[in-house]
Design a protein. Structure first.
Length: 161
């Protein structure tokens, strides 16, 4: 019998959560702040999300982890930051069309693309109101699930992506 696409996705998400849990367990032990109650949270059938439960830790372990994160955050940010260039321009890899459903990741809001506004993009709220502008680097296409939710909120079909 052939495995369904959904079963494969659930299995992959569960495997990812298990690997992340194991990796975090090793890293916290190496850092001297073990999390003894780490556990994998099974895939939620409603959301399709698996997780890692950090459990309960002693305050001194939480302090140590916070100290480690603060020490490494600058290094990670530097690694993630592209080399600075004054002559560079950002060209989005994806350019939405008017009416495309989008997510402003900086604001955590969904809306529809309604055109450029200088170097920013104008996004219209789903239920009317004033559009806002967003940096194209912080805007992504809405997923299928987000488009379905948008359809339910607006009670009208939202343009497919």
């Amino acid at each position: 019998m052939t495995e369904s696409h959904l079963s494969r996705v659930v299995r992959e998400r569960q495997r990812h959560a298990e690997e992340a849990c194991a990796d975090l367990g090793v890293a916290t032990r190496e850092a001297g702040c073990p999390f003894p109650d780490l556990a994998v949270v099974p895939v939620d059938p409603a959301t399709g999300v698996a997780g890692v439960d950090l459990g309960v830790v002693e305050p001194k372990m939480a302090d140590r982890l916070a100290e480690i994160i603060r020490a490494g955050v600058g290094t990670l940010a530097a690694e993630d930051r592209p080399a600075e260039r004054t002559d560079a321009t950002v060209t989005p890899l994806w350019m939405p069309s008017d009416g495309d459903p989008v997510v402003d990741m900086w604001r955590g809001m969904v809306g529809t693309y309604s055109g450029p506004d200088g170097e920013l993009w104008r996004i219209a709220p789903l239920l009317g109101g004033e559009p806002w502008t967003a940096d194209p680097k912080n805007v992504r296409a809405a997923t299928v699930n987000e488009r379905v939710r948008m359809d339910m909120v607006t009670d009208r079909p939202v343009k497919a992506g």
